[in-house]
Design a protein around this ligand. Structure first.
Ligand code: BG6
Length: 510
């Protein structure tokens, strides 16, 4: 276990939901696993007026996200954790002098011997990122002479290529690129990291990982929930910005990338950037028309319960043309992937919550077993990101009896079978990495920009085009009726069930 240096974690926007829901539970897991530094302090900072005690109550002692986990623990053990939390009221505005904040950090550092190492976690609206970075710099809080300083920023990272560039250069005025950690929580998922291991630690896969053996690649990210209470944010964002530009293109980059020289952060990130830059940018209207589908969920009844349509959700414009479903077909311009189509879709209000990658292999070049029923039984590698995390290989076996009839069999691996292993939550893993200065699982500026470069023309086309159709789908089904048109000539989307080995067509009847 790598030792984590003493440090202070300053959370901006600490009174917001993310701190209590994700960050503090992640810190709590690290505390239980004895992974927190020996001398460690969390300083919450935001515009709310709160005392240290009120902050501890809010995010630890009375937090609904920790309630069950604290139940069986001894009081003094819980106190050991909660006493590490402090709070500083920034007053009415983030754009203020941080001299008082600096003084507070200095006092905590001296009292708790945390050293000058500091992480600033920006859990605020993105419009404040640059303001906070500037004020930290003006108060000398970015200086690295007495300990390192790191800045973690949450998504969304930009709204378009242009705004992402402005944001990158805005932050880089005050922090160097190696100090900036852009969080993408999908990279914190074990199963996403396992994409690298599946490819580069198995000589049975890597030789096949190219156009000679792979027919097409399919990625599904489905959520059963709608936009919930985030209608206001979502309506300005949409599925492409909310999920595809970041989480899904990160997954794509891990599938597409060439083998890195080593597992060093920059070796991996260099290959990911190259991968993102090789995605063929769709620039003409015909391609954009033929290779993209957008849709919105409509009112429906799911399990006997009435569900609102997207346009009826709180915070959503009743005439909104924001997509809650996006499906994109694209190609990758390099030797490895020439002519291999990638199909990626993401949506809300689908029948189930599931994220998976399916590598569809080509049928054998020469078919010996004629009439064996091989056609729909090509080999598939299914990498299940969530839930029922695992890996599944589908391969042909002989049906016992005369002749050579082929049936499809499953070879499966489940993470849940690793009973003794604690699988870290995404935020837990990512926070620990940042505390230890490992940026492998954080997005670099050029990665984010390359992803926007690919997405921008699609968004512009969708915005521009009167001819661009917005399809509807009833909440609770697998998208609009024409969703399979995208895969024309190849087949259908594999609509997965909640379990890894469920075959398409599977449904739950309760
Ligand atoms: C977030 C999106 O980044 O990811 C949400 O803003 C989405 O809209 C969420 O629901 C999905 O994350 P997960 O880990 O539940 O798949």
């Amino acid at each position: 276990m790598k030792k984590t240096e003493n440090q202070i974690l300053v959370i901006f926007g600490a009174s917001g939901d993310l701190t209590a829901r994700k960050l503090v539970p992640a810190l709590f897991n690290l505390f239980l696993a004895r992974q927190l530094p020996e001398n460690f302090v969390v300083l919450g900072a935001s515009r709310s007026d709160m005392t240290d005690k009120q902050f501890r109550d809010k995010v630890v002692l009375e937090s609904k996200y920790l309630k069950h986990r604290l139940e069986d623990l001894k009081e003094n053990y819980i106190a050991k954790f909660s006493n590490q939390f402090f709070y500083e009221d920034l007053g009415g505005d983030y754009d203020t002098s941080y001299n008082r904040l600096r003084k507070r950090i200095e006092d905590l550092k001296n009292k708790y011997h945390t050293s000058g190492n500091i992480i600033y976690y920006l859990s605020t609206p993105p419009t404040l990122y640059q303001t906070i970075a500037k004020n930290l710099a003006e108060a000398g809080l970015n200086a690295q002479e007495n300990g390192w300083k790191r800045l973690i920023v949450e998504k969304p990272f930009g709204y378009s290529l242009k705004t992402a560039k402005v944001l990158n250069s805005g932050l880089q005025q005050y922090f160097e690129e190696h100090q900036i950690y852009r969080i993408d929580h999908y990279l914190g998922k074990e199963t996403v990291q396992n994409l690298l291991v599946t490819r580069f630690a198995n000589s049975i896969f890597e030789p096949l990982w190219n156009r000679n053996y792979i027919n097409h690649v399919e990625i599904t990210n489905a959520e059963s929930v709608g936009v919930e209470k985030r209608g206001g944010y979502y309506d300005k964002s949409g599925a492409l910005r909310d999920m595809f530009q970041n989480h899904l293109l990160q997954i794509v980059s891990l599938i597409v990338m060439e083998p890195p020289i080593s597992d060093a952060p920059e070796d991996i990130r260099n290959e990911k950037v190259k991968a993102l830059k090789s995605l063929r940018i769709m620039s003409d209207d015909k391609t954009l028309h033929d290779q993209t589908i957008r849709a919105q969920y409509m009112a429906s009844t799911i399990d006997g319960e009435k569900v609102k349509g997207y346009r009826e959700e709180d915070g959503v414009d009743p005439d909104s043309t924001t997509e809650t479903y996006a499906a994109i077909k694209f190609f990758v311009d390099n030797w490895r992937w020439r002519d291999v189509p990638f199909y990626v879709r993401t949506a809300k209000r689908m029948p189930t919550k599931v994220t998976e990658v399916v590598i569809h292999f080509k049928t054998p070049h020469h078919q010996i077993f004629q009439d064996a029923g091989m056609n729909s039984k090509d080999n598939k590698l299914v990498i299940r990101i969530q839930p029922d995390e695992g890996v599944l290989i589908k391969f042909g076996v002989k049906v016992p009896g005369q002749g050579f009839k082929v049936e499809r069999a499953n070879l499966d691996f489940y993470y849940s079978s690793l009973a003794q292993t604690h699988v870290m939550e995404a935020y837990e893993r990512l926070l620990l990495d940042a505390m230890q200065g490992d940026a492998t699982l954080y997005a670099r500026a050029d990665e984010v920009e390359a992803a926007w470069e690919f997405v921008d023309p699609i968004l512009e086309y969708w915005k521009r085009g009167d001819a661009v159709r917005m399809y509807g789908y009833a909440a609770g089904v697998w998208g609009p009726e024409n969703a399979d048109d995208l895969i024309e000539g190849i087949g259908f989307w594999r609509n997965p069930g909640p379990n890894l080995t469920d075959d398409p067509g599977f449904c739950v009847i309760c």
